[in-house]
Each structure stands twice: as structure tokens, then as C-alpha cells.
Design a protein around this ligand. Structure first.
Ligand SMILES: [Zn+2]
Ligand SMILES: [Zn+2]
Length: 355
């Protein structure tokens, strides 16, 4: 098999050839056809996330060992299954939930692997999917993807489920509630598509790049705000009248998250998803008096990926177009993403790579 790996933190990905693994009793070997490229991959290659105040979350201190194959938006075809695996046979097209937990704790036992303290996510803690093959620890992480366009559907495993899980935290939306999506990269566009699938119309898309805002309008945003040319809450308050019921922040930088208090209406909620990094000083009396909530959201679970697939099959969720590039361009795709040169999502075609 072939893969593109981080051999040294912060350095360009390296191609690696090794023997294709055989699945153990509970494992499933998937011959990958595609894997999406996520902005988190840029951070993972660097080996750390910025926690603000000079503090870093280092993957090496969380047990990640090199070489590490990146990639956590896998889709492919089951090639072989372990002796104890039932209910899935070779030849099936599957999406893989890459957010793998320990399998033992309260979170894993309630299908919330994404909240497991010992999460070993593919492409973060264990080998990922910038590769021709992927070993999946258990069939419960597989979602049937028969009949879907695999290049577009690949992104459901991270971008899709991250957007869906974040938007679900809004709860039931009233038709008059204004919500804002901050950051219209791949995940932001997916959130706009999910909101459109839910039939919600009062959505404001925010970014600092007009091209991304155009893409946002094309997937259903009722209004767009360029936070570079019109910074601060003024425009958001003008459009919404009394302030926003919910915001979801796919950037996660102090400049975006600090919009929560002034732009939300009383009782409003900010869901922070993006991992740009930094810290936020919050005036606590204002938080209490305005009953504003700040809440985090981290990826999602297998059930949510299944629900997304159903929304696609029902014709409610339109999967955004993606740019397909060969697996060998994994490094170039990361560089383009880092430089902000990508509109929407890049998906690597892993099927054409030599094995
Ligand atoms: Zn991701
Ligand atoms: Zn666990």
C-alpha cells in the first residue's frame, strides 16, 4: 500500500510504501477511493494546536507517533473483513467514521466516541487515509455509502459531521430566528447546506473573503457579511434586528469568537468549532446578565454520519462540489489550504495511486 505521511513535525508529507495490513478478528480493511483534505490537517502536520497565552496542545504529548499518515475523511470499498466481523461483506462502498474511541468508557458506550478521553482518531492519533488502504478497528465505524458520489460524500466524515453536529446544538429553530455562520471554508459551506436541508432561511454567512461569501450565497445564505470590510457586530445587528439567536464559529479565533456577546440576542448561543487558536477574555457579568451561552462542538459520531447520508439519499442535503486531486498532490493541497487558496473542499483520489 501507499500513503503520504508526516515523518517529521512541520515538514512536507513523504510518500511511504509498505505491506498492506491484514485485518485482525474485529477489523475491516478498506480499499480507499477518496479522502478529503481538512484544515485540521495543516495543524496536525505542524504537530500542535494554539491554546492561547503561549500554550500549545502538542500531539507528541498525546501519544501520536511518527510516521503518521494524515487524512480523516475516508471513503472506499471493503476489501477484507476479520473473522469476527458480521453484517458487512467485501465489495460494499463505505464511509468511515474516523473518530475512534477506546471502546470502553461512558462516551464510547453511548456512541459518543468523539468525547472519549482516549480518542485515537484516524489521521491524528492512528494511521489515516491519505493512503490507498485503511485498517478500521471495528465495523461499527462504517456507514453504508452505496450509490453516493464518493468524492462528494467523503467530506461527510469530518466536514459534514462537524457542521451537522454543531448546527444540531442550535436545537429547534423558529422561522424568525437569525443565525450566523462564521467562516465559509469547507465546513462553513457544509453548515449552510445543512441549514438549507433543514429548511431554515434566516442565515447570515460571514467571512473575510468575498469569493467565499459568493460560494456561501450559492448554497443558501440569505445575507453575507465581509468581516474585514465591516468588522464588528453592527452589520449583524442591522440584518437581524434584535441580534442573533445562534452563531457557529468555524474559525475559532479571538476576533470571531468575541462577536458572541455583542451580536447575540439575550439568551443566544455561540457554538465554537474552529481550531484557529487563541484565548478569549469574557466579561462574566455580561455573560450572566445576557444569559448568553458559549459552547464547544467537536466533530460527531457514527449515527450522525448515517443521518447525513440519509439526508443526501432523501434529496434534502445537496453535497457541495469538491475539487478532486490525485493522492500524490496531498502536500500541494495542504499548502494551498494553508495559504487560503481553496474555495470549498479538496478531495484526494486515492484509487488511481499505484499500490
Ligand atoms: Zn477535519
Ligand atoms: Zn472511550
Amino acid at each position: 500500500m501507499q500513503s503520504y505521511d508526516v515523518a517529521e513535525w512541520g515538514q512536507p508529507l513523504q510518500k511511504r510504501l509498505r505491506d498492506t495490513p491484514q485485518p485482525g478478528p474485529d477489523e475491516v480493511l478498506v480499499r480507499l477511493t477518496h479522502c478529503g483534505v481538512c484544515h485540521s490537517d495543516v495543524h496536525i502536520r505542524e504537530g500542535w494546536f494554539d491554546l492561547g497565552g503561549g500554550n500549545k496542545l502538542k500531539l507528541s504529548e498525546r501519544g501520536t507517533q511518527l510516521p503518521l499518515t494524515l487524512g480523516h475523511e475516508p471513503i472506499g470499498i471493503v476489501q477484507a473483513v476479520g473473522a469476527k466481523v458480521t453484517g458487512i461483506a467485501p465489495g460494499r462502498h463505505v464511509l468511515v467514521n474516523p473518530w475512534i474511541g477506546c471502546g470502553q468508557c461512558w462516551a464510547c458506550n453511548s456512541d459518543r466516541d468523539n468525547l472519549c478521553n482516549n480518542m485515537r482518531a484516524m489521521g491524528v492519533g492512528i494511521q489515516g487515509a491519505f493512503a490507498t488502504h485503511l485498517l478500521v478497528p471495528h465495523s461499527r465505524y462504517l456507514v453504508d455509502a452505496e450509490g453516493l458520489d464518493p468524492a462528494r460524500a467523503a467530506v461527510l466524515a469530518c466536514s459534514g459531521v462537524t457542521a451537522y453536529s454543531a448546527v444540531q446544538k442550535f436545537g429547534t429553530l423558529g422561522a424568525d430566528d437569525w443565525v450566523a455562520v462564521l467562516g465559509c471554508g469547507g465546513v462553513g459551506l457544509m453548515a449552510l447546506s445543512v441549514l438549507a436541508a433543514m429548511g431554515h432561511q434566516r442565515v447570515i454567512a460571514c467571512d473575510i473573503d468575498d469569493a467565499k461569501l459568493q460560494a456561501a450565497a450559492a448554497v443558501g445564505a440569505a445575507a453575507t457579511v465581509n468581516l474585514k470590510t465591516t468588522p464588528g457586530p453592527t452589520e449583524l445587528l442591522k440584518i437581524s434586528g434584535i441580534g442573533l439567536a445562534h452563531m457557529v464559529d468555524f474559525v475559532g479565533a479571538p476576533a470571531t469568537t468575541q462577536l458572541a456577546l455583542p451580536a447575540l440576542r439575550k439568551g443566544g448561543q455561540m457554538v465554537v468549532v474552529g481550531l484557529f487558536g487563541g484565548a478569549l477574555p469574557v466579561p462574566l457579568p455580561a455573560l450572566a446578565m445576557r444569559e448568553v451561552s458559549l459552547r464547544g462542538s467537536a466533530v460527531g459520531n457514527t449515527t450522525q454520519i448515517r443521518e447525513l447520508v440519509q439526508l443526501v439519499r432523501d434529496g434534502k442535503l445537496k453535497l457541495p462540489a469538491v475539487q478532486v486531486r490525485p493522492l500524490a498532490e496531498a502536500e500541494a493541497a495542504l499548502r494551498d489550504l494553508e495559504a487560503g487558496r481553496i474555495i470549498g473542499r479538496v478531495v484526494l483520489d486515492t484509487a488511481e495511486a499505484a499500490v
